[in-house]
Write a protein that binds this ligand. Structure first.
Ligand SMILES: [Zn+2]
Length: 105
């Protein structure tokens, strides 16, 4: 596939892989904190919320990486139009173009 403007697929893949590593590290710390309350200095509720957020981010990023593999990456899952490169640069795991994302809310 082609992205006319913005970052290349290789750049986006590297960004996604870096984010995946970061969130995985966060999740490991949070999981440890979940079994040892207070070790991160945060209350259990905050740790639980951040754990859910980290898991969700990992799922989104892993899904984006598999879309790169199967060639679906960079197209809106709702209208199938290409997602602008500028949007992918900000949000590499974006599933929808901006109008569809706005409609989904
Ligand atoms: Zn769309």
């Amino acid at each position: 596939m082609n992205i006319d403007t913005g970052p290349s697929i290789d750049t986006l893949r590297q960004t996604l892989q870096a984010q995946l590593r970061q969130h995985s590290q966060d999740l490991a710390v949070l999981t440890a904190a979940g079994t040892d309350p207070g070790s991160t200095g945060e209350d259990p509720q905050t740790v639980a919320e951040r754990t859910v957020a980290a898991r969700h981010a990992i799922e989104e990023i892993a899904a984006a990486l598999s879309r790169i593999t199967d060639g679906a990456y960079g197209h809106c899952e709702r209208c199938t139009n290409p997602i602008p490169g500028a949007r992918l640069e900000i949000l590499p795991h974006a599933r929808f173009c901006v109008p569809c994302q706005a409609r989904a809310r």
